[in-house]
Design a protein around this ligand. Structure first.
Ligand code: ATP
Length: 205
């Protein structure tokens, strides 16, 4: 379970949220909503331990993430605003690097299958700088198929994706939740989930 206790964050002089108490149980999704600049990305980065809150804490399985360090990061998949790809590496190479950094030992066939499922057959060997924006996002999202992490924190996973890709990500989310995974995501789109328990958090109101 992921929890926050009285979490407060400031950026410059602006307080984005105060005393946030969240509880995301296994098998559930938290959809963080709010206008531009309301603090969604800041909250997601704080949940990942990438931004230090003004006060309060984030807990994973009952332990403060500060004390878990690498043990927490191994259980986490973070998909940020930028796809986080190396532009001169191919799609396959990018996935291999991401898997190695996450400590996942994967057979090359698994990487090729993941790219195929994301509709990237034929584009596996091109440097990703030669792919379209949506294709780059698909490469980054292929990690969802390969990761063993129970907690997915996804910042705008649907942006720049076409209808088919959005449908596929919805299926992957539903599968992850059905297996007891947890998801925290932001999206400005209304995305109906096929199944799973969904809660909403509105920031900046
Ligand atoms: N590095 C930074 N230094 C100072 N202020 C920042 C920094 N990054 C973000 N902010 C400010 O924090 C506020 C919240 O930003 P954040 O990116 O969390 O919003 P958001 O809800 O994710 O927005 P969007 O929907 O546009 O992605 C904004 O007002 C922004 O200007």
């Amino acid at each position: 379970m992921l929890e926050t206790l009285a979490l407060s964050c400031k950026r410059g002089d602006r307080r984005l949220f105060r005393d946030l108490n969240l509880n995301v149980p296994a098998g559930s999704l938290l959809h963080v909503r709010g206008r531009n600049g309301s603090g969604k990305t800041t909250l997601l980065r704080t949940l990942c331990g990438l931004f230090t809150p003004e006060s309060g804490e984030v807990r994973w399985r009952g332990e403060p993430i500060r004390s878990l360090g690498e043990d927490y990061r191994r259980e986490l998949l973070y998909y940020g605003h930028l796809p986080g790809l190396k532009p001169d590496l191919s799609a396959i190479e990018n996935l291999a690097v991401a898997a190695t950094l996450s400590g996942d030992r994967l057979k090359p066939a698994a990487l090729w299958q993941a790219l195929e499922r994301l509709g990237l057959a034929g584009f596996e060997d091109l440097p990703v700088r030669m792919l379209s924006q949506g294709q780059m996002k698909r490469v980054a999202l292929a990690r969802l198929l390969l990761s063993c992490a129970p907690l997915w924190v996804l910042d705008e996973p649907f942006s720049a994706l076409d209808r088919d890709a959005i449908g596929l990500i919805e299926v992957l989310l539903a599968e992850h939740l059905a297996q007891g995974g947890l998801v925290v995501l932001t999206t400005h789109q209304d995305v109906p989930l096929i199944s799973g328990q969904v809660a909403h958090l509105d920031l900046g109101i």
